[in-house]
Design a protein around this ligand. Structure first.
Ligand code: MSP
Length: 486
């Protein structure tokens, strides 16, 4: 069984921030989970480097787009090890191999009769690189996302006959209720479809920074098609001398933020059909991280959470845990340094960290570090053995917060079990030796089960704990989540 998961490719016109880290960490958690399930997993991320936003940003710096893209793509790439994200490939849309494949696929779309030349006239947001339909225009002729004034565009473009796919898209949504999740996102996509799909620009005549249209060299492809195709082209050249396309396409899961839903759930399947290719299985649309005041994070409001500050104060695993614990994955949610500090202390240090230190210390002290050869407490054992299946079910629904909650219920139950069984009292009486061994075996089993499931979220921490649980003799380890200054 194969599992192919992607993040959006990020525009290199801005600096990487927590929002980008969020989707990348989510995809990494999912990839690690599926790898552990024994699935042949491929995880792709990268950068989107063509189009107006990038060309404009480069011009503002007085440098060539390629140079600007190189500088910023390097920053996105450098963020990954800092946040514990290990993709199988990092694609850049300026890769020659990507560009060649974009031309091949879109040439097929052309040859299959899905394009025509026409005049585009309408409203356009250069920051979204999006041609807005009437329903997408905010008051004052503004972009509803960027709140900037839209520009009036009139140019000769190649068009993609999206309107011809109206029925097929409707059928897709009717037949595959889980093509787009969660339901709120599916409803939004369906509302857009219900307005009637209009043909869209496939090329731009006036831009130069892009992939050349092979049948009309004065044009470059509209950046969104160049960008969307990354999910497909990467498989062709990620491994030198090997084509992974047959192995991993179609993708199981595209993760995207809610502002790019239309491109992924409507334009993308239509484009793939037009090229004669299979469409992905699922698109999961997550919400926005907002400042602690509930407003969109922004530099000027100073309400953002700086991922680098979290990394420095609490470490990478605390950041990864926090993002899916404090904000329900799929919904919008507020984040802030105070709530990171609170979760760190109450859940990581006092609950999981405490369970680890008590379990290791008691096995070391009461049994010289040797795991007793006793059966665990049967009722707890049964409950613990259900964990892997329940967590897998939550991951299949891309419910990263739900899976974490299932794990946390066990962490809490195990801490209560320590209080109830009181191993320190049992250790005083040789007559209670069997009961002590049951308690220690139960804790060892429970902590092992929890740690395996938690590892995709907190890989470094869980590797330490797993090693400590398997050591002979078992010995205490330094606190995993030491006290931090608030
Ligand atoms: N280049 C396009 C995507 C092309 S995909 C074929 C793009 N890039 S972007 O740099 O703007 O990145 C957008 C993505 O970053 C969002 O869809 C989301 O995954 C992530 N996020 C950016 N800000 C975010 C938040 N504040 N909160 C959550 N996710 C955020 O759009």
């Amino acid at each position: 069984m194969t599992f192919y998961v992607t993040t959006p490719i990020y525009y290199v016109n801005a600096q990487p921030h927590l929002g980008h880290a969020y989707t990348s960490i989510a995809a990494d958690v999912i990839a690690r989970h599926h790898r552990r399930r024994g699935e042949d997993t491929f995880f792709l991320t990268g950068t989107d480097e063509h189009g107006e936003p990038v060309a404009d940003a480069a011009r503002a710096q007085g440098i060539e787009p390629r140079e600007w893209a190189d500088i910023n793509a390097a920053k996105f790439k450098a963020l990954l090890p800092a946040i514990g994200v290990e993709p199988d490939f990092f694609i850049r849309t300026t890769d020659a191999e990507h560009k060649r494949r974009v031309q091949d696929v879109l040439q097929r779309v052309h040859d299959n009769g899905h394009v025509y030349k026409g005049i585009y006239e309408g409203w356009y947001c250069p920051r979204c690189a999006d041609f807005k339909t009437e329903a997408e225009i905010a008051d004052g002729n503004r972009c509803p996302i960027h709140e900037i004034e839209l520009t009036r565009e009139r140019e000769e473009n190649w068009f993609f006959r999206l309107s011809a796919f109206q029925e097929r898209i409707e059928r897709l949504f009717a037949d595959r209720a889980d093509f787009v999740r969660p339901a709120r996102a599916r409803n939004e996509a369906q509302a857009f479809i219900a307005q009637g799909l209009q043909d869209i620009s496939l090329s731009r005549g006036r831009l130069e920074w892009g992939v050349q249209v092979p049948w009309d060299e004065g044009h470059v492809f509209y950046v969104w098609f160049d960008a969307l195709l990354n999910y497909y082209t990467a498989l062709g050249y990620a491994r030198p001398g090997e084509d992974l396309t047959a192995r991993y396409w179609p993708a199981q899961l595209h993760l995207v933020g809610k502002e790019i839903l239309k491109f992924h759930t409507i334009y993308w399947p239509a484009m793939l059909w037009a090229a004669g290719l299979e469409i992905p299985e699922h698109v999961f649309v997550h919400g926005f991280l907002q400042g602690s005041d509930g407003r969109k994070m922004s530099k000027s409001l100073g309400n953002g959470l700086d991922p680098f500050e979290v990394l420095e104060r609490f470490g990478v695993d605390a950041l990864r845990f926090y993002l899916f614990r404090d904000v329900s994955f799929g919904a919008d949610g507020n984040v802030g340094m105070d709530s990171v500090a609170a979760r760190y202390e109450s859940e990581l240090a006092n609950e999981y960290g405490n369970l680890v230190s008590r379990t290791l210390a008691m096995i070391a002290r009461y049994r010289d570090g040797l795991l007793p050869d006793a059966s665990p407490e049967p009722e707890l054992e049964r409950w613990l053995s259900g964990l892997a299946g329940e967590v897998a079910g939550a991951f299949d629904a891309v419910d990263l917060s739900g899976a974490l909650e299932l794990i946390w219920q066990r962490v809490r139950r195990l801490n209560r079990y320590v209080e109830e069984s009181k191993p320190w009292e049992l250790a005083r009486e040789p007559a209670h030796s069997a009961a002590l061994e049951t308690a220690l075996a139960t804790l060892h089993l429970g902590l092992s089960a929890v740690t395996v499931e938690l590892a995709p979220y907190m890989p470094g921490t869980c590797a330490l704990v797993s090693a400590a649980l398997q050591a002979t003799p078992i010995e205490p380890i330094p606190p995993l989540f030491p006290k931090r200054d608030r």
